[in-house]
Design a protein around this ligand. Structure first.
Ligand code: AMP
Length: 283
């Protein structure tokens, strides 16, 4: 595995790889790698000729009151984790000042889809995400890029950007990877104390309960929302940001489960803001 930090060198590698008629698969991460990231990387290795993984904690997707400074970083450990996986060609780990020089002033924004869920709670977050993803796509020129369904709204917004801007990259979404206790893997789980972790499991428990309510015939979104709220609020140290039962593509709230509905949760547990989701009402 080659480690590249320079944008120029990364572009050169990508040009050469395309020149050799090899396809490039790409996984963008903010590091502190876990099995969720590795599942995306393994898909890329299986489906593409070459795989690039980026590690970059993107400052433009954090609000001033958020955890950019304290976001868990451990590039040496990440390198070791990636070296253990055979089939990764490049780790791209650029410096912040290379991607965002002092005079940086261009952003890309997806409109309506960013006005809901995390876009509402974290203004500017998705603008930061789409901007960095576009920049990384321009540098790496992947044929396929892999994203986790854990960040469902992000995945949908990236699909929209790629479609609207006629970009030549296929976006592939992959299922959420969970710990044995059901908690969706996340770099931010490191913020959780032992007690927090018990509370954090209420997210996946609430989603399971929503799924079984629907299987038993419940169709009223408000009843499902109340049940989810009850399960989460029983736990200590939790603060619900949102419980949404919405259209999986445009994120408009639904009153009835008459087709597929995205159940999306954002909950603060101790120092961590956690998100999780599932689809209910599948035919
Ligand atoms: P992050 O490093 O948190 O920005 O995540 C990088 C990529 O990994 C994103 O596409 C995430 O959706 C994906 N990802 C993070 N956690 C998980 C998980 N538990 N299961 C599947 N994909 C994940």
């Amino acid at each position: 595995m080659k480690i590249i930090t320079s944008i120029k060198e990364m572009k050169k590698w990508s040009h050469l790889t395309h020149f050799r008629n090899q396809t490039i698969g790409f996984v963008a991460t903010m590091g502190c790698l876990h099995e969720g990231h590795l599942s995306l990387i393994k898909s890329s290795i299986a489906e593409c000729d070459a795989t690039v993984v980026s590690v970059f904690v993107n400052p433009t997707q954090f609000n001033p009151n958020e955890d950019f400074d304290s976001y868990p970083r451990n590039i040496e450990l990440d390198k070791n984790i990636l070296r253990e996986v055979s089939g990764i060609n490049v780790l791209f780990a650029p410096e912040q000042k290379a991607l965002y020089p002092a005079n940086f002033q261009t952003f890309v924004t997806v409109k309506d889809k960013t006005n809901h869920l995390c876009g509402r709670s974290r203004p500017g977050f998705f603008r930061g995400v789409t901007t960095i993803v576009l920049k990384l796509f321009n540098i790496i020129q992947p044929n396929t890029a892999y994203f986790g369904e854990k960040d469902w709204q992000q995945l949908e917004i990236i699909r929209t950007m790629v479609h609207d801007l006629n970009m030549d990259v296929s976006i592939v979404g992959k299922p959420i990877v969970r710990d044995k206790d059901g908690l969706a893997l996340s770099s931010r789980n490191l913020y959780l104390s032992k007690e927090d972790r018990v509370s954090a499991c209420s997210l996946s428990q609430a989603l399971e309960s929503a799924q079984s309510l629907v299987l038993r015939g419940e169709r009223c979104a408000e009843n499902i929302r109340s049940e989810i709220r009850k399960i989460i609020e029983q736990k200590k140290g939790v603060e619900i940001d949102y419980i949404s039962l919405c259209d999986p593509k445009n994120f408009i709230e639904q009153n009835e489960i008459s087709s597929e509905v995205l159940v999306a949760l954002a909950v603060r547990v101790g120092k961590a803001r956690l998100i999780d989701n599932c689809i209910i009402g599948k035919p």
